[in-house]
Design a protein around this ligand. Structure first.
Ligand SMILES: [Zn+2]
Length: 242
């Protein structure tokens, strides 16, 4: 057990890590879900006991169990292998510049549903500590789906980003009151706005809209509007880049 900021963290061994490149400091926090039935199933991948379906070796700095237990696999000053190919605000080597947190959850594969309160409380406490020690900007607290929108959907459209933001972790968008009728006719400008916020310029607009909505306009999934350019999406995007 180790303690930071009063939190109890269970440490585990793995050799799935490497040094960060010279001078690389973590300035991005990436949140994931495990898409496993339990903690052990994910831990077996990080420890190399079971080969990962991707064929690669994977790991993460922290994992938060369903009951709120916090586990650490890789030290923060080391490079863990959680992000894969990705992009955020010009950074194409997200693993070198981030800390990863996996949240134990069945994911869309085994039955997607709300995240338990005890687990979210622990995620918040852990992230508050990480963000403050490394002075990570709110805008750089991202979903795996934000940095790899063509490959990843975790932690998904039910992840309570609003609860995190209320405790100073990350940001929420709020639909501004504005006339965006003109913008609705200018998808290229909307794409420029998404790129200005940090998304990958290589991705098509519909992929970026889905990723943005999964994080900031989760209602779009309830209404079946994901991937579509809607007024609410544009108004929320405006609130983040104004
Ligand atoms: Zn992930």
């Amino acid at each position: 057990m180790s303690h930071h900021a009063g939190m109890q963290i269970t440490k585990h061994d793995t050799d799935h890590y490497e040094d960060r490149p010279e001078g690389a400091k973590p300035d991005i926090l990436v949140l994931h879900y495990t898409e496993t039935r339990d903690l052990k199933e994910a831990e077996d991948y990080f420890a190399g006991r079971v080969p990962h379906p991707s064929g690669g070796r994977v790991s993460v700095h922290y994992m938060v169990d369903i009951d709120g237990g916090v586990h650490q696999y890789v030290d923060e000053d080391k490079r863990a292998w959680h992000a894969g190919v990705g992009y955020w605000r010009g950074c194409t080597d997200v693993n070198s510049h981030s800390i990863g947190v996996e949240i134990v959850h069945p994911g869309h594969k085994y039955g997607y549903g709300p995240f338990p309160d005890a687990q979210i409380d622990a995620v918040i406490a852990l992230c508050q500590d990480v963000v403050s020690r490394h002075e990570i900007e709110a805008r750089n607290v991202v979903a795996h789906s934000d940095i790899a929108p063509d490959r990843k959907i975790d932690p998904g459209e039910l992840f309570p980003w609003d609860k995190l933001a209320a405790q100073g972790v990350g940001r929420v968008a709020e639909a501004l009151r504005a006339d965006v009728a003109g913008l609705m006719q200018e998808p290229d400008i909307v794409k420029e706005m998404l790129l200005a916020y940090g998304y990958d310029p290589q991705q098509p607009l519909d992929v970026l809209l889905s990723a943005f909505q999964r994080h900031f306009v989760q209602d779009a999934f309830v209404r079946g509007e994901q991937g579509r350019l809607t007024q609410q999406t544009v108004l929320c995007l405006l609130s983040l880049i104004k």
